[in-house]
Design a protein around this ligand. Structure first.
Ligand SMILES: Cc1ncc(COP(=O)(O)O)c(C=O)c1O
Length: 445
């Protein structure tokens, strides 16, 4: 168990060296963290050619996740998602690749497809869902899609989703393996899944590559993220990974974030995170039981999320979130249907008590009557890249019917696309755009 990056920085600080290198703050404390914020000085290694302290910390992390290789990112899963698809692109003989994906992807996936000129084959749930965040796909649907389209080069699944639903990665990975198609998982919300009593991290369940936002569920600074490549993945994935990641990142990665990832790596390797996580999961589970007894309708599968179907309890998600805010609870996310709260290992007993007492103060009411606007099959007439880079004009969504979406439109949070570049804007898309308070859209000239 070790923290090589932090140890190096400790010894650099105590050496008292005069800093004639970047960053310009020279370690002078305004924020209080500047001393630890360094650049690639001698001995500090290079993130994109990590053979020293960063490499050692990555290897420790890789062992904790049981991967063949784990790469640190200081620019979130947004960078890691581009890296995962970039690996597909750089290891294929084909000029254009096709990726199969349930529709509830994060914006970074679309950006990657635009940049790498990849085609997307969308999957929609058999029973239309009520939120763009959710896309309940069965392994059978994945099989049918792969059987029906031999041009698909990889399968990409977002799990857990923002609401806390977890896909059946084990079955999906078996299908992908049988079809000879790599499985990529956006596990941004699930870095902790390998530290539960039952290891349900995508790498353990058969994914070939996956990304985790360490900052979402591990005690890591914002921006810290991981790409894991599994032991069963082709060796060329390992060889290309760093080069691809560097294409999507700054040449000045944050050493503060690297130190934070280094600490997480140590906490995972030593078992400290696992032990604290089990206490947190237990505390949150007790809260869930109490809330359910009060009549609150909970949803989702995740053990670190508390997701409330607010509309079934008489509130819009945003109204309930405001009510909680007034009682000192700041949720992660809300929309017209849901409120999502995320717990972490440093939430205190007092936090959990406050959470329960806030819900006790808000009365559960009769379910709201609301119109469900599921996202139905969309029609694409241009590639995402072609449409995203087309000349465009901005129109009111009311005037957008039948026009072609230029730059993909996502609701600000959760950054899931409503209209994707190249799609014909339908009445349904217009309704969903309005639901997310989006009133203008860029359309191809
Ligand atoms: C499902 C999903 N994937 C990817 C991302 C991007 O992660 P990051 O913020 O680490 O770049 C997010 C961000 O919220 C997300 O919800």
């Amino acid at each position: 168990m070790s923290t090589p990056v932090n140890d190096f920085i400790d010894s650099y600080i105590s050496s008292g060296a005069s800093r004639f290198h970047m960053p310009g703050h020279k370690g002078a404390c305004k924020l209080g963290i500047e001393q630890r914020d360094i650049t690639e000085i001698s001995g500090a290694d290079y993130l994109y050619d990590a053979q020293g302290i960063i490499g050692q910390s990555e290897q420790q992390m890789s062992r904790a996740f049981g991967s063949a290789k784990t790469l640190f990112s200081t620019e979130g899963s947004s960078q890691c998602i581009k890296t995962m698809l970039g690996i597909m692109r750089l290891t294929s003989e084909k000029q254009r690749l096709s990726v199969l994906a349930p529709r509830n992807v994060h914006k970074a996936f679309i950006d990657a497809c635009i940049l790498l000129d990849m085609d997307i084959v969308w999957l929609y749930p058999e029973t239309p869902g009520e939120s763009i965040c959710c896309c309940d796909i069965t392994p059978k649907q994945i099989k049918q899609a792969l059987d029906g389209n031999k041009d698909i080069d990889c399968c990409y699944v977002t799990s857990p989703d923002y609401i806390g639903n977890i896909a059946d990665i084990k079955s999906i990975s078996q299908i992908c393996k049988a079809e000879g198609v790599p499985l990529l998982v956006d596990n941004a919300h699930g870095a902790y899944l390998g530290s539960l009593n039952e290891n349900i991290h995508p790498i353990a369940l058969g994914a070939d590559i996956c990304c985790d936002s360490a900052h979402k569920t591990l005690p890591c600074l914002t921006g810290g993220a991981l790409v894991h490549i599994s032991k069963q993945a082709p060796k060329e994935f390992l060889d290309r990974a760093k080069t691809v990641m560097s294409m999507f990142g700054s040449t000045s990665p944050s050493y503060l974030i690297l130190q934070s990832l280094d600490i997480c790596s140590d906490m995972l390797a030593s078992g400290e995170f696992r032990q604290k996580l089990s206490q947190t999961v237990c505390a949150l589970d007790k809260c869930k039981q109490r809330l359910a007894a009060l009549g609150w309708k909970l949803c989702g599968d995740e053990q670190l999320k508390l997701s409330v179907r607010a509309s079934e309890c008489g509130y819009s998600g945003d109204e309930l979130a405001n009510g909680l805010r007034k009682l000192g609870i700041e949720p992660e996310y809300s929309d017209s249907e849901y409120v999502v709260l995320m717990a972490g290992i440093y939430n205190t007993r007092n936090d959990f008590d406050r959470l329960v007492s806030a819900f006790e103060k808000i009365p559960v009411k009769q379910a709201l009557r609301r119109e469900i606007v599921p996202l139905c099959q969309t029609k694409s007439v241009m590639s995402v890249r072609q449409a995203a880079f087309s000349r465009y004009r901005t129109v009111s969504v009311d005037d957008a019917l039948g026009k072609i979406c230029a730059m993909t439109v996502t609701a600000c949070q959760p950054s899931v696309p409503v209209a994707v570049s190249g799609e014909v804007i339908s009445q349904q898309i217009i309704k969903i755009l309005k639901r997310y308070s989006i009133f203008e859209i860029n359309v191809v000239y």
